[in-house]
Design a protein around this ligand. Structure first.
Ligand SMILES: Cc1ncc(COP(=O)(O)O)c(C=O)c1O
Length: 375
């Protein structure tokens, strides 16, 4: 039996979405920008989805822009806002996803000043440091809502209050928490969403903007001029359906995910008492658990578990064959050695308690096998 515990990377698509894909493809092939009846029928479907999402998040429809995913949303928000303002400084947390960090690095080369915000040992933004970092030149603060590696949630209300006093807009990447966790959307000026993290298909996302932005992609002026290019109709219908399903079942899904995570953490600590759960004592997402193993390196563990049909991620990136420790865990103050021993277990709506128990036993078995040879 395959056990998929990598839902922070991507999620399996809802059956109801899968079933509709050929139907939508057949029925809504026309270009939504054509003025004839067939085109307008597709446009209506897109606008119905936008309205439905707007109702769920209590936002006006013109502030919701469909994109190809959160990477594009994050790029559009940061570059698009910087282009609109005269201020030349960005505050950014040191624990952002690469799709935010690397935009900031790109802008730094163009002369924008980047100030990195510190986090404490639990991964929470240091609010005093945030206050000290603000200046008249600060254009935007970029602070992830829920960290994708550890699940740590920020005190967005508190952060927003500080920023509002200085009239600095807040951009928060809500990819790991949108619709899955409670979010006070009124505290955030810009946020990003990815379809494939909420059981929709890949290649679709959205951004929400409460302030003006310059578009990243120019062309035919679709999406009210904010994102040109013929709309990904099937993607929009798919993300719309996934958000609708999540919204309808939210309380049940949240309860189940919490139970899966709590059971997993209790059981793994019983089986491997020396294991460390990152940021165990602070508020974390229901779906993400980051573990640091004694002695055993995460890559070996992930490979060994994969052979046994348990699929999860290590906390490190491995693009060149050599694992690099996670910048997130380093920012929390973990050593490189510890960061290379971290794995992320992320739960989804299709996981069961039986899978949790089986994965714990398999993790223990792999851990003990590798541990024996690591001296
Ligand atoms: C926190 C966070 N932001 C942004 C992204 C990028 O999302 P997408 O794959 O839709 O571009 C991810 C995906 O891993 C993520 O976890």
């Amino acid at each position: 039996m395959d056990i998929y515990l990598d839902n922070a990377s991507t999620t399996p698509v809802f059956e109801e979405v899968i079933k509709q894909l050929p139907v939508w493809t057949r029925n809504f092939y026309a270009n939504p920008n054509s003025i004839h009846k067939l085109g307008q029928k597709v446009k209506n479907e897109i606008e119905k989805v936008r309205q439905n999402i707007a109702n769920i998040i209590n936002e006006s429809t013109e502030n919701i822009i469909f994109t190809s995913g959160a990477t594009e949303s994050n790029n559009t928000i940061i570059k698009g806002y910087i282009e609109k303002t005269k201020k030349r400084e960005i505050l950014i947390s040191s624990i952002e996803h690469k799709s935010v960090l690397n935009v900031a690095k790109y802008l730094a080369k163009k002369g924008i000043k980047i100030k990195f915000l510190k986090v404490d040992e639990n991964g929470k933004i240091d609010l005093d440091y945030l206050k000290k970092s603000l200046s008249k030149e600060t254009a935007l603060a970029c602070i992830i809502h829920t960290n994708n590696e550890t699940g740590v949630k920020q005190d967005i209300k508190e952060i927003s209050k500080i920023l509002k006093e200085h009239e600095i807009p807040l951009f928060s990447d809500t990819v790991q928490s949108f619709i899955k966790e409670d979010i006070d959307f009124q505290d955030i000026d810009f946020y990003s969403v990815s379809g494939h993290k909420i059981n929709s298909i890949k290649g679709i996302g959205l951004l929400v903007k409460k302030k003006d932005l310059s578009p990243l992609i120019h062309g035919g002026g679709q999406e009210n001029g904010f994102r040109s290019g013929t709309q990904n109709v099937i993607g929009i219908l798919a993300i719309g359906k996934a958000i609708e399903i999540w919204d309808k079942n939210k309380e049940e899904y949240k309860k189940n995910l919490k139970q899966l995570k709590e059971t997993f953490e209790t059981r793994i600590k019983e089986e491997i008492p020396d294991i460390k759960i990152v940021s165990e004592k602070v508020e974390r997402a229901n779906s993400i658990s980051c573990l640091i193993f004694p002695k055993v390196d995460a890559q070996s563990l992930v490979i060994s578990l994969g052979r046994q049909g348990v699929y999860l991620s290590s906390g490190s990136a491995c693009s060149s064959g050599t694992p690099t420790p996670s910048h997130v865990l380093l920012a929390y103050g973990y050593s490189e050695e510890e960061a290379l021993k971290a794995i992320r277990v992320s739960f989804g709506v299709f996981n069961s308690l039986e899978e949790v128990e089986e994965s714990v036993l398999k993790i223990k078995k792999s851990f003990e096998k590798i541990y024996k040879f690591s001296f």
